[in-house]
Design a protein around this ligand. Structure first.
Ligand code: ZN
Ligand code: ZN
Length: 235
């Protein structure tokens, strides 16, 4: 019996040391996750007082002037972090160097954030097929998986698609981005009465997310909540 207990202990220790890793940011031991608690606490946060609709800073957390004067198609934005160092580098390592463990980590943070909302479906922001071929995976879908699992929401990855391959938003000035996205998405379903959570990694101006939310609403969705890892603040 004692031998058995000892050997189970050994197996457990061996498994824990196989799973144990070093924090991606500081190299300290971080157990079975990618960041140690100190680095996780240090990730850049958004200000407490922000617009519930677009997640940009606003006094007393009221709806901001921009959302009041020209309401976007989406109804709310949940963002885990501010798009700044080192969250930006982590997201880039997930997207461009295929560090899927980073995507899983952020997906789990999104699952935590999503506890505050109700939905019928989760939609990952679609990538154009050519972009998908280049990258090999859709980062939004990888982020959506832990959320769908935690909340029991079906992931509708095929519901929407990119109608055309728009030039990369990153290369355009902020005010050009809305124009660049017009008519960029197609949807093939009746979404009458559905509340949808729309997932992506980074929200910069929100032009692509807004365009996609508009397409979902055109097809009957009653509520679209954006769920993003990081929100960029205008400089
Ligand atoms: Zn660390
Ligand atoms: Zn706003």
């Amino acid at each position: 019996m004692r031998i058995l207990t000892q050997s189970t202990g050994l197996v457990r220790r061996a498994r824990d040391s196989l799973l144990a890793q070093d924090c991606l940011l500081c190299g300290a031991e971080s157990g079975n996750t990618i960041l140690c608690p100190a680095c996780a606490d240090d990730l850049p946060r958004l200000p407490e007082q922000r617009c519930p609709r677009c997640a940009l800073p606003s006094p007393q957390g009221e709806h901001c002037g921009r959302c009041l004067s020209k309401p976007p198609h989406y109804d709310a934005t949940l963002a885990a972090f501010r798009y700044d160092f080192p969250a930006d580098k982590l997201i880039q390592s997930f997207k461009y160097a295929h560090r899927l463990a980073v995507g899983r980590y952020f997906g789990e943070r999104l699952a935590g954030l999503a506890r505050s909302c109700d939905a019928d479906l989760i939609v990952p922001l679609p990538l154009h097929v050519e972009r998908l071929r280049e990258r090999g995976f859709n980062q939004a879908l990888e982020l959506a998986r832990p959320v769908g699992k935690a909340r029991g929401w079906p992931i509708a990855a095929e519901l929407c698609s990119r109608a055309r391959n728009t030039p990369a938003q990153a290369g355009l000035p902020w005010r050009e981005r809305g124009k660049n996205m017009r008519g960029a998405f197609r949807c093939n379903a009746d979404l009458s009465g559905k509340r949808i959570v729309l997932v992506d990694d980074v929200m910069t101006t929100g032009a692509s997310l807004d365009e996609c939310a508009g397409t979902l609403k055109l097809h009957g969705a009653t509520k679209v909540t954006l769920l993003v890892v990081a929100r960029a603040l205008p400089k």
